[in-house]
Write a protein that binds this ligand. Structure first.
Ligand code: S3P
Length: 463
């Protein structure tokens, strides 16, 4: 049904249009880690800055954009829709000239979103609310991920979808510019699905409402307001949060500064926390409470994390975090916390493997729908490195002894950047080096990860 072609896009992998060769990496046991590093730009906020810049009239500038493959996939897709998205290296910023709400043009080719679920889900909302047909695909990981969760609400608004395999990509989107506003209760707490609906609500007359069972990251809402849209948020009857966007706003170009990504900072923070004697400062970390679950959990485990220089950047709270290593103990992480640390369970499992006692993580069903089945990937990685644990359908219990884990394993990453980085961090604290079969997905969210960790005293190199 779909014609596969090429558009301006980053390389993607495994059965994709342009596979990238795997790169095996190894992390060697490290001494104490020391130094100051700067967290790379927030991935979620970077996607949204480009998308809202494209849906605004006039010029948007973005500083601190994450220049990872996922965000570059969004940039390429927005260009295909008619936005001008230019990287001005000298000035250290990105410039976007938008097409305005509903003003995108039909992409001439298939949009290849590589590994990026955020690009796919959020763009689905934009594409669905334009009167043209578009096509999207992705790499072997993205093509396995559920899209039905955005297809359902966007179909109720008036768009049509065709997919080859039960709501998975490749996907054809037959959009409409006569969408009807809906009130939609999310079946799963997902910021991506919420955002897809709110973005579709922009080119929809009237008020579009999303009710989330538990509050998820609110970057879309914050940024929509910053661009001039009317967005209301309030507690929902029966728990959760109710978010309404008023359609057909005139979004105006803005200057945006992207804070550092707490999900990326997490790797350096945990590496320092599990190496006794370490003293590491990670600068410019976003501390939005809806992203802060890992940091709360690490403190409960006994981690020494000081918050310095708390400030606000572009409407988001930011701080420098100083971590001193050693002395973690196991804790129970309640299911309600999951939305605020959904991407951090793999690295938390590594912290738990180095802690004294059991760490119980509950409410993890969504982990099975990430870049890989993260619950299964984490469990397999722990197993090959000699870490005692039990995995359930939606929970994980890791038994640390307080002593360095055995290590020595080769971890399968399944095209999942966070699995690769998490187990490389385990290798810094284990007795034997830890290898990952493919470190290339790290470039989707954290280009320069090995070098940044190297600056703190870690050795992560090609195996
Ligand atoms: C994201 C939301 C989360 C997260 C993903 C980024 C976002 O996904 O896992 O990495 O930018 O909105 P879900 O919305 O599927 O939980």
């Amino acid at each position: 049904m779909l014609e596969h072609g090429f558009c301006n896009r980053p390389p993607s992998r495994e059965e994709s249009l342009s596979p990238k060769s795997p790169t095996k990496l190894v992390a060697r046991p490290a001494g104490r880690l020391q130094g100051r590093v700067r967290a790379p730009g927030d991935k979620s906020i970077s996607h949204r800055a480009l998308m809202l810049g494209a849906m605004a009239l006039g010029e948007t500038t973005v500083r601190g954009l994450l220049e990872g493959e996922d965000v570059l996939a969004t940039a390429a897709a927005l260009r295909a829709l008619g936005a001008e998205v230019v990287h001005e290296r000298q000035a250290g910023l990105w410039r976007v000239r938008g097409f305005g709400v509903g003003g995108g043009r039909e992409p001439a080719d298939v949009l290849d979103l590589g590994n990026s679920g955020t690009s796919a889900r959020l763009l689905a909302g934009i594409l669905a609310s334009h009167r043209f047909t578009s096509f999207m695909t992705g790499d072997g990981s993205l093509r396995r991920r559920p899209m039905q969760r955005v297809i359902d609400p966007l179909s109720r608004m008036g768009a049509r979808f065709e997919s080859r395999d039960g709501g998975r990509m490749p996907l054809a989107i037959i959009g409409s510019d006569e969408m009807v506003p809906i009130e939609y209760r999310l079946p799963v707490a997902s910021a991506q699905v919420k955002s897809a609906i709110l973005l579709a609500g922009l080119n929809t007359a009237g008020e579009t409402t999303v009710i989330e069972p538990e509050a998820t990251r609110d970057h879309t809402e914050r940024m929509l307001r910053h661009f001039g849209a009317e967005v209301r948020a309030a507690a929902a009857d029966g728990g959760g949060k109710r978010i309404t966007v008023v359609g057909w706003p005139e979004l105006e170009g803005r200057d945006i500064v992207v804070p550092g990504d707490p999900s990326s900072a997490a790797f350096a923070v945990v590496a320092a926390a599990i190496r006794p004697g370490s003293d590491v400062t990670v600068e410019n970390v976003g501390v939005n409470p809806l992203r802060a679950g890992l940091y709360q959990t690490l403190r409960e485990m006994g981690a020494d994390i000081a918050v310095d220089n708390a400030r606000e950047i572009g409407g988001e709270p930011v701080a420098d975090l100083r971590i001193k290593g050693g002395g973690l103990k196991g804790v129970e992480v309640p299911a309600e916390r999951a939305p605020t640390m959904i991407d951090e369970y793999p690295i938390l499992a590594v912290a738990a493997a180095c802690a004294q006692g059991a760490t119980r993580m509950l409410g993890l069903a969504e982990l099975r729908a990430k870049e890989s089945d993260r619950l299964a990937s984490v469990s397999a990685g722990l197993r090959v490195n000699g870490v005692a644990h039990e995995m359930g359908a939606a929970d994980l219990v890791v038994h640390g002894t307080g002593a360095p884990p055995l290590g020595g394993g080769l971890v399968e990453t399944h095209l999942d950047h966070r699995i690769a980085m998490s187990f490389l961090v385990l290798g810094l604290a284990a007795r034997e080096p830890v290898a990952v079969d493919d470190g290339s997905p790290i470039d989707t969210s954290f280009p320069g990860f090995a070098e940044l960790m190297g600056g703190l005293g870690a050795t992560i190199e090609a195996a």
